[in-house]
Design a protein around this ligand. Structure first.
Ligand code: AGP
Length: 617
């Protein structure tokens, strides 16, 4: 999804900005561009549809040697953008930055302006000619035409006219020492360097320069100069934000010898799970210690229902969470796609604990669901990976996932840590209720066994690779699982679709004979999740039904399950505790999607049409 970078400092801005855009590539985009104060006292723009490396290759001399004669000595200022098309095709013209008709103001914008058409019509009626089809361009014209003594005044005046969402950075020839940035629904983060300042929509573009960052809140703006920043509200009142320290480093965004970020992140899971568990296993009381939840034992006892909200794979992790919490803590629990939640005017119950789950912490639909819960007086906590992200800050407490930065669009280690986070939450809620200490111990033991077991699954890549070879040739396939295994099947189908572009559908195994069985044939493979639990017999019966119709099967199962010739291929994982087994059963499906996509020659880390974090509706 769209990305923003900005720079004010003593280094030539263009290389810094292009480097920052490179760091944002993983988010998904279709065009890119930069704008800097140029040496002829004008704004120089370089933008094009396509990849950042192509943009980099064609950098004009004017951009490399830029230095604004009006700027204080040695100062360089610029902005950059990666665009993921929403309004207007991915063309050179529609790429950002956009410049005002008089050439004095340049902007980069993330988000969607709801009243852009009306504003465009009004500006055109006043004689302004547009050079793109984007909603964003109106902002450049509005800022340039606004009245006010300072750039800050003019940005405030322009923003007063727009409705919708924005993360915005503005460059102005009349204010050559600064950028003005603003946020409403789309992240803007300031990176505080030594005698230089950075701006980005994602912390990954900042950690190569600094770990000291400032997250703007919705409705907040900032002036950014080489020696500092000043944050203020839309009423021009100072907010006095202080920087926080992020613990992710530049190296975390390197491939480090792996072929792709996805496989790197799959292999990082044992360590990620250890980090998630660290300091949270309370052996004394056989429970989980979750300091950030902001709920005491009395609050937890008052919870009568748990409702989990997330999108895509985070929603499937939420399904695992609901199953686990209901089974272990005996609290009714369910998961719902956050993207649907607010549109059905949901009843918000005071004794329901709402849990938002998100890797990025920036998914717009999940954020909007959190805001809907809060608006109606509900209590919402977050299971979030990115520290300081919007959802993390919006929630009233929560559990950080500590998976480390996740770069591949296809989420793996963050999802595993979501499940671990839900398991900790389930044990915590259960031990405050009727889960015995012995049962608490059993589950904590299981959680602590997970890292080594995941390591063993990841090391056993060969059978998955062999299965991926025959499966990837199929145009479509089923993923089957039931009860604890259903979320596993859904996540397996999602992962395969995302990066291999092969059609896959997940069903409850129990639903097969109520319809989908009609499709079973030698041409339609099924990936069946068959744990050694109380439903094993039922699952085996379904495999017989598939075999009777000559449907080829890959079974993801446990070592002690004997399937004979019911499955063409079998991949086994070690057994943990039945409630936690879904976490291990998911890992071979990550590897399956990876190897299928690899054998089909796809761009694994940046699949077509998708973005890492979906910050628009
Ligand atoms: C996962 O592989 C997907 N890329 C996607 O479904 C993702 O889980 C979803 O968009 C939610 O993202 P979030 O966890 O950052 O909120």
């Amino acid at each position: 999804m769209c990305g923003i970078v900005g720079y004010v400092g003593n280094r030539p801005a263009a290389p810094v900005l292009l480097d920052g855009l490179g760091a944002l590539e993983y988010r998904g985009y279709d065009s890119a561009g930069v704008a800097v104060h140029g040496c002829q006292g004008r704004i120089v723009v370089h933008k094009a549809a396509g990849r950042v490396r192509d943009l980099q290759a064609g950098v004009p001399v004017a951009l490399e040697e830029q230095q604004d004669p009006l700027a204080p000595d040695g100062l360089h200022v610029g902005i950059g953008h990666t665009r993921w098309a929403t309004h207007g095709a991915p063309t050179d013209e529609n790429a950002h930055p956009h410049v005002s008709a008089d050439g004095r103001v340049a902007i980069v914008h993330n988000g969607v302006l709801d009243n852009a058409e009306a504003l465009r019509a009004a500006l055109e009626a006043e004689g302004v000619s547009f050079s793109s089809d984007t909603d964003s361009e109106v902002l450049a014209h509005l800022v340039a035409r606004a009245s006010g003594d300072s750039l800050e005044d003019r940005v405030l005046a322009a923003l007063a006219q727009v409705t919708g969402t924005y993360g915005l950075a503005v460059l102005d020839l009349d204010a050559p020492d600064r950028l003005v940035v603003a946020r409403n629904g789309s992240p803007i983060i300031i990176g505080v360097g030594e005698d230089e300042m950075h701006v980005a929509s994602d912390v990954s573009a900042l950690v190569r320069h600094t770990r000291r960052v400032v997250h703007l809140d919705d409705g907040e703006l900032a002036t950014v100069t080489a020696d500092g920043f000043h944050t203020f509200t839309s009423l021009a009142a100072t907010t006095g934000k202080r920087p926080i320290e992020v613990d992710w480093a530049y190296d975390d965004y390197e491939l480090d010898g792996h072929d792709h970020f996805m496989i790197k992140e799959i292999r990082e899971q044992p360590e990620a799970v250890r980090r998630c568990l660290s300091g949270r296993v309370d052996r004394r009381f056989a429970t989980a210690h979750l300091g950030g939840m902001e709920l005491d034992a009395r609050d937890c006892r008052a919870v009568r229902r748990v409702k989990i909200l997330g999108c895509g794979s985070a929603y499937y992790a939420g399904q695992f969470g609901a199953q686990f919490i209901e089974e272990v803590a005996r609290i009714p629990a369910d998961a719902e796609p956050a993207s649907e939640f607010r549109y059905r005017n949901p009843v918000i119950e005071p004794d329901t604990l709402y849990v938002a789950v998100s890797q990025s912490g920036e998914t717009y639909d999940t954020l909007a669901a959190v805001q809907e819960v809060k608006r109606k007086g509900g209590r919402v906590i977050g299971l979030v990976n990115v520290v300081g992200s919007t959802i993390a800050r919006e929630c009233q407490g929560g559990i950080y996932l500590h998976a480390g930065p996740e770069v591949a669009v296809a989420s793996t280690k963050a999802l595993t840590n979501m499940s671990v986070g839900f398991a900790l939450l389930g044990v915590h809620l259960g031990r405050i209720r009727d889960l015995s200490a012995a049962q608490g111990e059993r589950l904590l033991d299981g959680l602590e066994r997970l890292p080594d077991q995941i390591e063993a699954v990841v090391a056993n890549e060969e059978p998955v690779l062999a299965a991926a070879r025959w499966l990837s040739k199929a145009p479509s396939m089923f993923f089957l699982g039931r009860v604890r295994g259903y979320a596993v099947a859904r996540e397996g189908a999602q992962k395969l679709k995302e990066i291999s572009y092969v059609h896959a559908e997940a069903y409850q195994t129990s639903e097969l004979k109520h319809g989908p069985l009609a499709l079973i044939s030698p041409e339609l493979p099924s990936i069946a999740v068959v744990p050694h639990d109380e439903l094993l017999d039922r699952n085996v019966t379904a495999l017989h039904e598939i075999a009777a119709r000559s449907g080829p099967v890959l079974a993801i199962t446990h070592e002690d399950v004997e399937l004979g010739d019911l499955a063409r291929s079998v991949v086994t994982v070690p057994r943990n505790e039945p409630e936690l087994d879904p976490i291990l059963l998911t890992v071979p499906l990550q590897l399956l999607a990876y190897h299928a996509a690899l054998s089909l020659g796809h761009d694994i880390d940046k699949p077509r049409n998708l973005a890492k974090s979906v910050t628009v509706e």
